[in-house]
Ligand binder design. Sequence first.
Ligand code: FES
Ligand code: FES
Length: 153
Amino acid sequence: MTLLVNGRTERLRIDSRVTLLDALRERLGLTGSKKGCDRGQCGACTVHVDDRRVLACLTLAATTAGRRVTTVEGLADGDQLHPVQQAFIDCDAFQCGFCTSGQIMSAVALLDEGHTGSDDEIREHMSGNICRCGAYENIVAAVRTARRSGVDR
Ligand code: FES
Ligand code: FES
């Protein structure tokens, strides 16, 4: 099958039962997307498929053939971080960092969806992304900061 990941065409021979998360991490070496629960409950594996966020652990790789997959590795423009990545650094929005790539992918989609009208709305729409360190206040601050800087894709 052919996957289009971060603008590159990748040809893979994989079983139809392989998840997108395993294809990305184990076959393509894109380990930015994390495997937390592997059951759709933590959001650590969040990536974009055709600009919409999905849980890669619940998505079969085969269903994304020919669609645009974006992982956290594909957000930066060369050495220039995506504004949401920069906002996470500026707002100290991570501790151990394990959930961070999923948080960032959700935040980018959230800004695109326009669900950033208030802190409560940000919290509601980021609620599928769990941070065991409890960095939530700074994560909300990072999304708010990115919104103020007029982030788009
Ligand atoms: S690893 Fe996919 S939701 Fe937890
Ligand atoms: S920063 Fe540690 S799990 Fe989120």
